[in-house]
Design a protein around this ligand. Structure first.
Ligand code: HEM
Ligand SMILES: [Cu+2]
Length: 539
């Protein structure tokens, strides 16, 4: 790659207009990323509060803190907020929006206005869902299973579902923008196999978003239509089929778990390469593994229906396919490990998150393979074992990737460095708190504690207390970055263009970047992660 002069001092995307209007009507992908970061942080805090209420109730075996019905609403709203308003948009809408154009050497995404519209849709959807919560909430679980959701639930199902329907479009707009931009707007010389793995991750994610999201949108629309107009789509009393809902729901929602994890894997590849000073081992395999996951991810939804009465032959096929989807994930884990091997590893905060990701994601993935084994799943289905599995993937994987990425690119986004001591301490607390919260849940589930109950037998209290204690530590670990990152905006040391000495187009422009991203149009002459070349240039 060639180097490019940085922006004139003092002029960058943050200083280009200070009025509220210059933010709310911005078409700059970098400003939209910041707007998204603010919005999803609000929802993350809200989702976290719901989780804390759930863990507080589970401190004691008796259901004593709240009514059973309130408890149902708490875990439902926790799931809805965390999945749809935090995890799905998190990395693509914040880090992806900021970095995809810069990493491909473009001035912006292909459709800047649609990008801004995506943020507005997200907020409109959020307000609608919040209204449903404020009016009394929903109690169906984030999965909205019929016929409970259509016929028996007494919460604000239709309003929530309308919010999620709209939210789906914000997701689609982001995916559309990424696909078109990556195809059409790469800098001269930036061929597909010179793209950073972060871009491959976002490209694969965007494919899943575009193909999957319309299915959930239609499914939720049908659900709302049935609940409001009593059409017989899912309700057997009206001639419908409740299992059809589960098929349609998981046809999106299993791929959706890859919407959450693929971008995170992209972040991890960038961080590992930067902090080992090496090219990612088996770059092509890692790139193709993202595409393989995106495709295979659409073929395994039936593993959520093993005990639904679906045919045993269907179950067998879904079981085998589910184990196959573990293969490309394992390929990535092996390649990251091989990259670490004999690398000059530097233990900066982003790297702590990346190393945490590898361990926790591996536990999540391996327990996923266990769940894909029908015989075992019959035993632990709908228990805390499943809860532990998906939290290891989504919290241990996706959120570790998000936080790692925020810490990696914060100096680029804001031009400021954050305090090392506090950021490492918080990464440590997150790792310890996370394991203490969720590891006991594997044991609880294996012992037979069902999910979504507000009370449990006395002998399960010790493990539940550990879990609640862990959640408290985890909460502190998550809260800390809010303070030191905000503090860094004024008090942090000024970051130079490439504070980590990393390789990539984003490190060749100034921190923060100018509105046009680069002062001269970049031309790419080499492959990705060419640290040998970077060292040569530095002499
Ligand atoms: C090696 C790959 C994986 C396999 C084989 C796998 C397998 C499974 C199976 C069989 C279940 C159903 C368990 C049951 O309900 O009895 C399940 C649940 C779940 N998995 Fe995974 N999984 C994998 C990776 C992932 C990833 C990457 C994510 C998220 C990013 C994820 C998120 C979830 C969620 C959210 C649920 C529970 C949904 C619910 O019932 O609320 N899984 N997984
Ligand atoms: Cu699944």
């Amino acid at each position: 790659m060639t180097t490019h002069a940085a922006a004139a001092p003092g002029s960058n995307y943050l200083t280009n207009g200070f009025s509220l209007k210059s933010w709310l009507l911005t078409k700059d992908h970098k400003r939209i990323a910041i707007l998204y970061m603010i919005s999803i942080t609000v929802f993350f805090v809200l989702g976290g509060l719901f989780a804390f209420v759930v863990r507080l109730e589970l401190l004691t075996p008796a259901g004593d803190l709240m009514e059973a019905d309130t408890y149902n609403r708490m875990f439902t709203m926790h799931g809805v907020v965390m999945i749809f308003f935090f995890l799905i948009p998190s990395i693509p809408a914040v880090l992806g929006n900021f970095l995809v154009p810069i990493m491909i050497g473009a001035k912006d995404l292909a459709f800047p206005k649609i990008n801004l519209a995506s943020w507005y849709l997200y907020n409109i959807a959020g307000v609608i869902t919040l209204a449903a919560i404020a009016m009394g909430g929903v109690d169906t679980g984030w999965t909205f299973y019929t016929p409970f959701s259509t016929t028996y639930a007494n919460g604000y199902v239709v309003l929530t579902v309308v919010g999620l329907f709209i939210n789906g479009f914000s997701s689609i707009f982001t995916g559309l923008n990424f696909i078109v931009s990556i195809h059409r707007m790469r800098a001269p010389g930036l061929t597909w196999f010179r793209l950073p793995l972060f871009i491959w991750g976002h490209y694969a994610t965007s494919l899943v978003i575009m193909l999957g999201t319309p299915v959930i949108a239609i499914t939720l629309a049908l659900l709302a239509a049935e609940r409001a107009l009593h059409l017989g789509i899912f309700d057997p009393a009206l001639g419908g089929d409740p299992i059809l809902f589960q098929h349609l729901f998981w046809f999106y929602s299993h791929p959706a778990v890859y919407i959450m994890i693929l971008p995170s894997m992209g972040v991890i590849s960038e961080i590992i390469s930067a902090f080992t000073r090496k090219k990612i081992f088996g770059y092509h395999f890692v790139a193709f593994a993202s595409i393989a996951i995106a495709i295979l991810g659409f073929l395994v939804w039936g593993h959520h229906l093993f005990v639904s009465g679906q045919s045993i032959y269907a179950g067998l096929v879904f079981s085998v396919l589910s184990m196959l989807v573990g293969v490309p994930s394992a390929v990535k884990v092996f390649n990251w490990m091989a990259t670490l091997y004999q690398g000059s590893i530097s233990r900066q905060t982003p790297m702590l998150y990346a190393l945490g990701f590898i361990g926790l994601f591996t536990i999540g993935g391996l327990t996923g393979v266990m769940l894909a084994t029908i015989g075992l799943d019959v035993h632990v289905h709908d228990t805390y074992f499943v809860v532990a599995h998906f939290h290891y993937i989504m919290v241990g994987g996706a959120i570790m990737g998000y936080l790692g990425g925020i810490h990696f690119w914060w100096p680029k986004m804001t031009g400021r460095l954050y305090p090392n001591f506090w950021s490492k301490l918080s990464a440590g607390l997150v790792f310890v708190g996370f394991n203490l919260t969720f590891f006991p849940q594997f044991i609880l589930g294996y012992l037979g504690m069902p999910r979504r109950y507000w009370s449990y037998p006395d002998e399960m209290q010790v493990l539940n207390v550990l879990s609640t204690a862990g959640a408290t530590i985890l909460g502190v670990g998550y809260a800390m970055p809010l303070f030191y990152l905000l503090w860094s905006l004024k008090g942090g040391r000024v970051a130079d263009d490439n504070p980590w000495g990393a390789y990539g187009l984003e490190w060749e422009t100034s921190s923060p970047p100018p509105t046009e991203n680069f002062l001269h149009d970049p031309v790419v002459t080499g492959g990705p992660y060419d640290y040998a070349e970077l060292e040569r240039k530095r002499g």
